[in-house]
Write a protein that binds this ligand. Structure first.
Ligand code: SF4
Length: 89
């Protein structure tokens, strides 16, 4: 089973309120754009020099929060009952 197949097995309970937000004033100073390359779910997108994200499908790994060189990403776990549900099989 490859990684994509494993990801397809996950289930999400989507909260309409995003648990991720980006401070645009800090984000524009970023040189590395690490989130684009490191998010295992590919939830970040750069369009015409502006960063967009989608909180749906977040694996709650925290990589974006830790790797952001400008500390522009505000990240919290989703509210109780929402977010990813990891399955063992
Ligand atoms: Fe992507 Fe992990 Fe950040 Fe979620 S916590 S957006 S999966 S890097």
């Amino acid at each position: 089973v490859n990684v994509q197949e494993k990801l397809n097995r996950l289930r999400f309970k989507i909260d309409k309120n995003s648990h991720i937000s980006i401070d645009k004033s800090k984000c524009v100073k970023c040189q590395s754009r690490a989130c684009l390359f490191l998010c295992p779910a590919g939830l970040f997108l750069l369009l015409e020099a502006e960063l967009f994200h989608n909180h749906e499908g977040c694996l709650e790994c925290g990589t974006c929060y830790i790797s952001c060189e400008q500390k522009a990403i505000n990240w919290n776990y989703p509210r109780g009952g929402f977010g990813v549900c990891f399955r063992q099989s």
